[in-house]
Design a protein around this ligand. Sequence first.
Ligand code: 1GP
Length: 251
Amino acid sequence: MSFDWSEFEHVTKVDPAKRHPESIDVLRHTDAVIVGGSDGVTEENSLAVFERLRAEFPDLPLVQEPYRSAHVSKRTVEVADAVFVPAVYNGDKTNFVEKHVGFFTELARKSEDVTGSGLPFVGSVLASKGRELVDGVVGEGYVVQNPDSKVAGLTNVEEHYTPEQVAGAALATESFYGFPIFYIEYSGRYVGPEDVSAAAPFLDETALLYGGGIRSRAQTDEILDAGADAVVVGDCFHEDTERFLETVPTT
Ligand code: 1GP
């Protein structure tokens, strides 16, 4: 299934390693769910989340955002609509080049297995989806802006980008790398719309997502008004579903 990601305004990031609310009914108010985290994620706990979400919301777009290829399997690929792969501009080379080449090397090998090259099937990752999976893989140009976040540690972020650098990363995403998504990540911290305002003028075809510390409709509106296509809300969903509802924009 392919989506126009710029049509979504409110996206929820569900961390499979975190405590989940007893009722997830509030997710009927979000436009899409990204399943991913920065610590303790496995194929098994990702799959458990996907299966619960799919059972309760058959039509809700579901995305996997792995930080290791081991999180992706034939079963996760079958249940998810897409796989978002972050390319972290201000991370180390592992998080912009090596992980991706490794991921696609594995994918290419599995594709050959499926198309009858005669190569033996090795391992379970990506399994028989072969070329089909490529269609579901979506690259995200990614800037990690909270140095104290787990994701900053995971991706070895050393440099906080200035708004001018964020604008440059946005322009590179659209005009050079061609990723369909540019993601400004402030995980756990809300600092306002300055980076979004810097990036938005350089993104025409590319969906602009902002995540980090959103806990109110006023913050959602501020980010959307600055030019983001969507806010991504994570912690608030896990901590307080009433409050989470207040992050959903009024239509
Ligand atoms: C994290 O951008 C998301 O990857 C959402 O951030 O958890 O702070 O809402 P929060």
